[in-house]
Design a protein around this ligand. Sequence first.
Ligand SMILES: Nc1ncnc2c1ncn2[C@@H]1O[C@H](COP(=O)(O)OP(=O)(O)OP(=O)(O)O)[C@@H](O)[C@H]1O
Length: 274
Amino acid sequence: MNAIRVRGLKKAYKGHQAVAGVDFDVARGEVFAVLGPNGAGKTTTVEVLEAYRDRDAGEVSVLGTDPARADRVWRSRLGIVPQSATDAANLTVTEAVRHYAGYYADPRDPDEVIDLVGLAEKAKSRAGTLSGGQRRRLDVALGIIGRPELVFLDEPTTGFDPEARRRFWDLVRSLAAEGTTILLTTHYLDEAEALADRVAVLAGGRVVAEGAPRTLGGRAHADATVRWLGEGGYREIRTPEPTKVIAELSRHGELAELVVTRPSLEDVYLELIA
Ligand SMILES: Nc1ncnc2c1ncn2[C@@H]1O[C@H](COP(=O)(O)OP(=O)(O)OP(=O)(O)O)[C@@H](O)[C@H]1O
């Protein structure tokens, strides 16, 4: 059974169709990324799945339950890291994480989770004094403390420095390795590429493309660009057969600064949402 199944999901706000018929499935244990420009409908979709928002139409199943009929037991199987930070300003990091752990039957060890999100040095600091990125890491800690089967991460690394992002990626990978299903929204295409088994691109409230990051939008079969530094400057050839091109070119000797590239996920994404 899939962890998430969405068919024909629609949601309008005062006549504005924010989600206009969205379909996708997320398998158990999968890391699934929802991409799309501002206003594409990502948060609305995720909030319907989390049972934070009613829908106008469509079928939705999350861990086998319709979120519209969700109960506390179902909720305790989810880990939710919303876009807006959790309000725990007066608690220390340790107090906040312990407090949340108390809501669950079989929580992770709070100190371990604090360490996992890289907040060990800030364990005694009040949440209100943390930097934006540290606050976000606390949100993530609170989202995973209950050992959830399915984690929703809405733009989890916004405000992270590069090192914190890499640490966070490792954390997502270790959750996935334990079998946790993860649905993440992000504006960082490198993040989607690094983490996601599959991505869906939303634009104007619809899924405009879906697939593995490597193959999205025909990326894997797109022409390659062979680039090198020739005598008169940089040279470029676009070709479906870069190996052949390089074999021929290299008969004349070493090719300086040789690189072979294919369209990046960002190139494909920008084309999809244009
Ligand atoms: N509570 C609301 N009331 C009215 N309109 C809303 C509400 N929430 C979202 N919208 C509108 O619905 C559309 C989709 O918003 P949503 O937040 O789902 O997009 P998003 O893809 O998550 O965007 P972002 O990348 O900026 O977070 C937008 O046009 C937004 O203005």
